[in-house]
Design a protein. Sequence first.
Length: 212
Amino acid sequence: MALVNEISTFLQQGRAPKVKELVAQALEEGVEPKIILEEGLLDGMNVIGEKFKNNEVFVPEVLIAARAMNAGLEILKPRLAQSGVEDKGVAVIGTIKGDLHDIGKNLVKMMMEGKGIKVIDLGVDVAPQTFVDKAIENNADLICCSALLTTTMGEMKNVVETAKAANIRDKVKIMVGGAPVTQSFCDMIGADCYTPDATSAADAALAFCTNK
């Protein structure tokens, strides 16, 4: 499927107008929306994700590729809904209360979207109760918390406790990440998953959603 391969290639190059044009062309030619999504857009984002993990590309390239993916999705989404293609899962993501850093969070969001997961972005300085309320409201599979400051990490424990109090711990996995966060901290607060980078976070998120 040459056209779908081209979509993947142009997405990796971050050429949003070209991706948009080729997605529209593929739809006109009768290519299944699901194939355009998985073998074109998501495939391209997966390549970028792997390269990012291996330090072959950096944050600007990821951002440009994600912009190209979103341009393609804009055209594709109505058709995906019509053809009954569902999101692979739902994640609620945000930077923890007291912390205003969002580059890492935004990267994780893009990588997760690149896996076909619907991501509800709560922004920065997000209170534990907000994470939990939004997870319930959106029937989310995952709560993803980011922190860059050691002083705000403690709020992640509050997210876990608030989720327990709301009786959603059996159906919502809690993922934590950010520069000062470690696996031992994740274990200590009772969260489900820590990953050191955005690509691993997206892989782990997809695994949770697939195995629910």
